[in-house]
Design a protein around this ligand. Sequence first.
Ligand code: SAM
Length: 313
Amino acid sequence: MRFEIITIFPEFFSGFFDHGVVRRALKEGLVSVGVRDLRDFTHDRHRTVDDRPFGGGEGMVLKPEPLAEALESLGIAAKAAREASLSPILAPESGDKDGTPSSLTEGASNSGTDGAPISVDADARQTGTRVILLSPQGRRFTQATARALISQEQVVLICGRYEGVDERINTLYCDLEISIGDYVLSGGELAAAVVMDAVTRLVPGVLGNEASSEFESFGIADSSISADEAGIPRSQHGSGGLLDYPHFTRPAEFKGLGAPQVLLNGDHRQIRRWRREQQLRKTLANRPDLLERAELSDEDRRMLVDLGWRTAS
Ligand code: SAM
């Protein structure tokens, strides 16, 4: 899969590409990336990319012409022309409690999931190019969005600056407007890095152990993860949309605090049960909103009630 990033600060990304999982994925050719300097698509002496906002007000706005030219240099036509060759792109927004697209394509049902971390049905996947505008006004980026994006051949990330991007670029070219959270950054570069990192680590083969992305916060349901071979019960528990459980490593005792005894006894069933309880406990404490749409067993619900959970109904 390929990422293309359009920015006025191309150097911003060099450190990001040089570290950790992203570096390895690039080196092994599992993902590739191009960074386009928006100023290369200007035609005046000052390489002007911004202008004052119509209607007055603070700040500057990124002009539409260089952005359109940058996109067209990547072979990206306006949305209307692309939609003729690709199937329709966005699932309707309705039903997303947290603004999460359950799919980037029409045709994949999102009913009843309400933004829970679901995997995109292979039949519903559409490959091709998706153009994303990073913006605080966008739909919230979640693990479900990241999962939906891995099926794309190319993801183009447009980084705004100043007051943002001339809205006609969004209207004409962008398939998705994405916010990485309810705060305002000074530019879209950090947001683009966040999206690229979260998507890259889900690309098959990028994480050494595929299970690493199954057993983590916002992960898939336990019922969708196969048991260990040789009948050994797993000591982990798929989160099914909850937060991860806490992790411990050596030393067994640190500054007077011991690692939980249950993790040291080698009993996989007990460890698994303890970890599930911790997932529930942590989610209830830090993100009770996730419980409303998580995949919970009867035992989970009993544990939650014991922990003081009161459902909305
Ligand atoms: N005037 C805009 C508003 O109030 O919604 C804020 C513009 S912000 C200062 C400049 C750029 O930073 C945006 O165009 C966008 O690309 C990026 N940005 C800021 N916050 C973001 C967020 N939460 N998610 C994604 N991108 C963000």
